[in-house]
Design a protein around this ligand. Structure first.
Ligand SMILES: [Zn+2]
Length: 466
């Protein structure tokens, strides 16, 4: 069967019967539909001239030429027994190559993949690392590629699906950034004063579009205010449950921050609270923190925030030795006491002040002066250098160009990335009054883990088609 195929760009061709190379004109070529494995393509120009040829994959005349099978849909495919890969030419001129073993492993047929659980059902025990393609064909209508394996199993791959699973370094980098929602983070300094993103409580919990924007703002910027919330306890649970579920800790499902005469935690004193990340003494620090203002003090109690990633990035640029010390020295944290929810507790954990992933992106910062242990696990000769680096970072949080201050109004919930955005507060004017008197300032806090947050964000992104 002869079909026509329109080339969108100029190609250079080499005849299989001679060494002649010539530039093929743009236009409509007539080629056999989906020739079999290892057959060269027979082309026919509009003028009627026909020839057997190899279709080069790149535009350069002297570049390496590769035999490609073609179909009228425009999909060009070659099976390569030497490398055990399927090569697929893409519209942009690049060739995406897929190892046979991975293709076989990723078969989406009903035997190998469960549509209901959207997961692989092919067993590892059934997988042959030496699997070979014995034949393939390209569907002329859809462009789908059907591969028959040497064990007789038949797998079908959609072209769009293959493009999404491209093995190129660039595609893998984009895919990781996209899947793990790491891209597009916006670092900030004092310019966020008066400009913290704001969302309406009722809209966030009832409208998917607003919820998506809220979730993504916390992912990208790391801080937002949700306003118009009821001035009751339990509202942070309502917000957390609208996303997924809240993360309890030894202070309960939620925690009440008000000034107490017998504080068990630094947050419950009336003193200033230095900027920190919460629960630095947990191996798995809570991801996002909510602080809901139910009652506010007339004097003091202003919240302070700093972008830990921005501060770290500035030190990476200005003092790499200090940055490396903070990224390599493990610091110990603890928290001990008694709480009605768990009885006696003694939390203990450790981590570097700055933690990076394998690509040098920020994973988290772990900073809490009140939770830091009184032993230091570093050589005594390095202790002073480490302190210098730590104090340098600490001061940068409070630098005029970096710190953001915000005094919450009752009914506002400030939400922030707890492993990125440091938070603290100025001293509170507190009058305890007599026995049983009400606190001057009352915040209720709760946490949602990043796993739950990002799961909701990915699901909404799919639902809203973003
Ligand atoms: Zn299958």
């Amino acid at each position: 069967m002869i079909r026509t195929y329109a080339f969108a760009r100029t190609l250079y061709c080499r005849s299989v019967t001679s060494s002649q190379i010539w530039k093929a004109p743009k236009g409509v070529w007539r080629v056999p539909c989906c020739p079999g494995l290892y057959q060269n393509v027979n082309c026919q120009l509009d003028s009627g001239k026909s020839f057997a040829t190899e279709i080069p994959i790149c535009k350069e005349r002297d570049a390496h030429h590769t035999t490609l099978n073609m179909c009228p849909h425009g999909v060009q495919v070659r099976a390569d027994e030497n490398t055990r890969m399927l090569h697929v030419a893409l519209e942009d001129g690049n060739v995406a190559s897929f190892p046979y073993i991975w293709l076989r492993d990723s078969c989406l047929c009903s035997e190998c993949h469960s549509p209901s659980s959207r997961s692989r059902s092919l067993l590892m025990a059934e997988l042959n690392v030496d699997v070979k393609a014995s034949a393939f064909q390209v569907d002329p209508t859809t462009g789908d590629i059907e591969v028959t394996w040497d064990d007789g199993h038949v797998s079908t791959y959609q072209l769009d699906w293959l493009k999404k699973h491209n093995f190129s370094a660039e595609a893998r980098r984009c895919r990781l950034s996209d899947t793990y929602l790491k891209g597009g983070k916006k670092f900030w300094g004092a310019e966020l004063n008066g400009n913290i993103p704001r969302f309406d409580f009722k809209e966030v919990i009832s409208d998917n579009e607003q919820m998506y924007r809220f979730l993504d703002t916390i992912r990208v910027t790391g801080i937002a205010v949700v306003h118009n919330a009821p001035q009751d306890t339990g509202v942070v649970v309502t917000l957390g449950n609208a996303i997924a579920f809240i993360r309890p800790c030894n202070y309960g499902d939620t925690f009440q921050v008000y000034t107490r005469p017998d504080p068990k935690n630094a947050a419950y004193t009336a003193g200033a609270l230095e900027m920190h990340t919460d629960l630095s003494y947990f191996d798995y620090m809570p991801g996002v923190q909510f602080l809901h203002c139910i009652k506010q003090s007339n004097m003091g109690g202003t919240n302070q925030f700093a972008d830990g990633y921005y501060a770290a990035e500035n030190i990476r640029k200005s003092n790499l030795a200090a940055f490396n010390l903070l990224a390599e020295t493990v610091v110990d944290f603890h928290d001990m006491g008694h709480d009605q929810h768990v009885g006696d507790y003694l939390q203990q954990s450790r981590g570097t002040t700055i933690q990076l992933d394998g690509d040098g992106n920020y994973n988290h910062v772990r900073i809490s002066n009140h939770g830091r242990c009184d032993f230091l696990n570093t050589d005594k000769e390095h202790a002073r250098e480490w302190y210098k680096a730590y104090i340098l970072l600490y001061h940068s949080f409070y630098a005029k160009e970096n710190m953001v201050e915000y005094k919450m109004e009752p009914g506002e919930i400030i939400c922030f990335d707890n492993v990125r955005v440091l938070h603290g507060r100025s001293a509170i004017f507190a009058n305890f009054g007599g026995e049983g008197s009400l606190p001057e300032r009352h915040l209720e806090g709760a946490y949602v883990d990043w796993d739950a947050w990002n799961s909701k964000l990915r699901s909404l992104r799919e639902e809203l088609g973003r």
